[in-house]
Design a binder for this molecule. Structure first.
Ligand SMILES: Cc1ncc(COP(=O)(O)O)c(C=O)c1O
Length: 411
């Protein structure tokens, strides 16, 4: 059968403004960096870009960890690589879950054949440090894993005290910062966090497909004990580690460490273009300044909240512990949430999100992050949102949302 002629059309994506919980529009600089020509993965210039990428991400993670690199894949690739490499079958893992992405970590730990225990906070809330310590005392895990921001509920778990608690009890701490990284403070060394993973598609303003990771020398030591190099790559004199072989080749961090280190031992073929993009994301954040970047996210998020509240809408969950870069908004009774989202996309080219599980059809999620944590994006979204809600007969005072948001931006 002849191929349809439209198969050969160039892609021509609509000029959407992505104001959901991620992905969001990429910084144009990131897209430009990603259009650069490929290099061989062992080309000295490319190896230099790799080591610069590590150095840049050390700054964003606020860490001295040597092991700071990228996992090729979306954010969950780094979560899974860390767990697959650290957790041996039967090891006890405690998940502190307060939303869908806690459930994701539970599932990943189960697939690593861990003895998984879960403590749960109701959706829309976070844990107290005391509740987490009590969970550790009850379950005595090797590893505690939790989100900093769980995008499904928009809650931000305070982490300042958790690292010290884990140290006191001899527990390793793994934090999923996919949705909060570069949008809110996460000083990895100061907060004594052993492993942190992220993704590009939220506050870093890049495409999904590379996942920054950092882990401590202690974690590196645990992983190195499980080093079993792939048969075709074993250097002469190679001695396998004494630990159990990691049950994944792709996510074998011992091999990824060899690949990123000066040993430059072959593993996967580095996703060159993703590395160019990830390197540019970090440069943008650091050139702006970490504190300035956090403040920009806080301001844009506060303006969005002021706007939706001025419309008479209600913010979901514990506002004290809300992520600055995404807000959950209750869908008012009688309003069809999906129809509103559809109309916003159709008339304004603006995308906002819904949520998952018990929150499906109950809340919208509106993001203000990365490239889109800007006044014009907030105001355009609120103006469009208000117009499509009016078409749904929702009684909001026209103009109030934009005025309230502009006031937050000081104008
Ligand atoms: C907190 C959190 N963790 C993990 C993920 C999974 O990321 P990915 O879809 O990039 O694998 C997401 C995605 O939205 C997230 O928000």
């Amino acid at each position: 059968m002849p191929a349809k002629p439209e198969l050969f059309d160039q892609i021509d994506p609509a000029p959407r403004l992505l104001m959901g919980p991620g992905p969001i529009n990429a910084y144009p600089r990131v897209l430009r960096a990603m259009s650069a020509q490929l290099l061989g993965q062992f080309d000295p210039q490319f190896r230099q870009y790799m080591s610069e990428t590590s150095a840049l991400y050390r700054q964003v993670f606020q860490t001295d960890n040597e092991w700071t690199m990228l996992i090729d894949g979306t954010a969950r690739a780094a979560i899974e690589a860390a767990m697959a490499s650290l957790v041996e079958p039967g090891d006890r893992v405690l998940i502190a879950s307060f939303g869908r992405f806690g459930q994701l970590k539970t599932e990943i730990a189960q697939r690593c054949a861990a003895d998984v225990r879960v403590i749960e906070a109701p959706w829309g809330q976070v844990f107290t440090a005391a509740a987490i310590e009590a969970g550790i005392k009850t379950h005595r895990p090797k590893l505690l894993a939790l989100c900093q921001g769980d995008t499904s509920t928009t809650m931000l778990q305070p982490l300042e005290e958790i690292g010290a608690i884990c140290r006191r009890h001899g527990v390793l701490l793994q934090v999923d910062a996919t949705a909060s990284f570069a949008g809110t403070p996460l000083p990895v060394d100061r907060w004594q966090i052993d492993v942190v993973t992220a993704g590009l598609q939220k506050c870093l303003g890049g495409p999904s497909g590379a996942a920054p990771i950092t882990f401590s020398a202690q974690v590196g030591g645990h992983i190195r004990r499980r080093r079993h190099i792939e048969q075709g790559l074993q250097p002469s004199g190679y001695q396998p580690g004494s630990g159990v072989r990691i049950n994944s080749n792709y996510f074998d961090l011992a091999m990824v460490m060899d690949y990123w280190s000066d040993a430059a031992l072959n593993h996967h073929t580095e996703a060159t273009t993703m590395l160019y993009g990830a390197r540019e994301c970090a440069r943008i954040v650091l050139q702006e300044g970490l504190e300035a970047c956090f403040a920009r996210h806080a301001r844009a998020g506060a303006a969005m909240v002021a706007g939706v509240e001025a419309m008479g809408l209600t913010v979901y969950g514990d506002k004290q512990h809300k992520m600055p870069n995404v807000v959950g908004v209750h869908i008012p009774p009688g309003v069809n949430g999906d129809r509103v989202r559809g109309a916003l996309l159709r008339h304004f080219n603006i995308e906002i999100g819904s949520s998952f599980g018990p929150l499906q059809g109950k809340i919208w999620r509106i993001g203000t992050m990365g490239y889109n944590a800007r006044e014009d994006c907030v105001l355009a979204t609120l103006a469009g949102f208000e117009a499509v809600l009016a078409a749904e007969s929702y009684p909001a005072r026209r103009g109030a949302a934009v005025d309230a948001a502009m006031a937050v931006f000081g104008g």
